[in-house]
Design a protein around this ligand. Structure first.
Ligand SMILES: NC(=O)c1ccc[n+]([C@@H]2O[C@H](COP(=O)([O-])OP(=O)(O)OC[C@H]3O[C@@H](n4cnc5c(N)ncnc54)[C@H](O)[C@@H]3O)[C@@H](O)[C@H]2O)c1
Length: 248
């Protein structure tokens, strides 16, 4: 299936690692110019090198998505390099888990800032370019945790919030043929979950309790994102696509 994104420019935030790296690689394979945007520049450059070696057109940019100046600089560099921005994937995210009575204000603020404020700042910065094009695709990476997870009040709130944000963006921007959808992954094998002290237990549980009996891969999420940013998904907006192997 031709996704129709050859030559389009896609910014993927948090693309130096895990799911974002998988999305960036997949969109490059589909012929998009890909921007590997991450707070960790050396890691972003390393992944960009991998994409380049595979024949992709790629630019690595250092950007902290919680910083409006960084985000503005990123978009300026992308427009200078590729002419515009057609696709934005708000993927940068992190967790700081803890029961609510033990959760610090810093951990609450950090998770909401990266996930929610980051998506706000990046979306606000790219929309003027998409409005000019009268075409655009925005995909926000939520999580199955939007349904609530014990020990993840900050993360669950942020990942539920991103769904409300997605729906508001779909309503505001549909007229300019800009769609906005969310992808909600379940347990995906990335450095983010491998860093968990109970990683092996988590993986074994996922294999036992997921209807499709395996832990997910970054490529599973990347395939869903590739579809949603494509021409094939032009009449889908404001929706949430779960990539969980059927596990809620
Ligand atoms: N792995 C999972 O099981 C899973 C499940 C559901 C949702 N998600 C979501 O998918 C996204 C990617 O997760 P992952 O598992 O690939 O994590 P990861 O830790 O492997 O990658 C996250 C990337 O985001 C970058 N990042 C962090 N803060 C940033 C900031 N302020 N500005 C720019 N970049 C920043 C990191 O440097 C890192 O490269 C996150 O939003 C996460 O919440 C992951």
């Amino acid at each position: 299936m031709d996704l129709g994104i050859t030559g389009k420019t896609a910014i993927v935030t948090g693309a130096a690692s895990g799911i974002g790296a998988g999305i960036a690689s997949r969109l490059a394979e589909e012929g998009a110019n890909v921007v590997v945007a991450d707070i960790n520049l050396p890691a972003a450059e390393a992944h960009a090198e991998t994409i380049h070696a595979a024949g992709g057109v790629v630019l690595a940019v250092k950007a902290n998505v919680t910083d409006a100046d960084d985000v503005a600089d990123m978009v300026e560099r992308v427009v200078a390099a590729f002419g515009s921005v057609d696709i934005l994937v708000n993927n940068a995210g992190l967790a700081r888990d803890g029961r609510i009575t033990k959760m610090s204000e810093e951990d609450w603020d950090l998770v909401l800032d990266v996930v929610l404020k980051g998506a706000f700042l990046c979306t606000r910065a790219v929309l003027p370019h998409m409005n000019q094009l009268k075409w655009g695709r925005i995909v926000n990476i939520s999580s199955r945790a939007h349904l609530g997870n014990p020990g993840q009040a900050n993360y669950s709130a942020a990942k539920a919030g991103i769904i409300g944000f997605t729906k508001a963006m779909a309503l505001e921007n549909g007229r300019n043929l800009i769609t906005c959808n969310a992808v909600a992954p379940g347990m995906i094998d990335t450095p983010f979950v491998r860093a968990h002290p109970k990683w092996e237990l988590i993986r074994d549980n996922a294999e036992k309790t997921t209807p499709v009996p395996r832990i997910g891969a970054a490529e599973d999420v990347a395939d869903a994102v590739a579809f949603l940013v494509s021409e094939r998904a032009s009449y889908i907006t404001g929706d949430v696509l779960h990539v969980t192997g059927g596990r809620y």
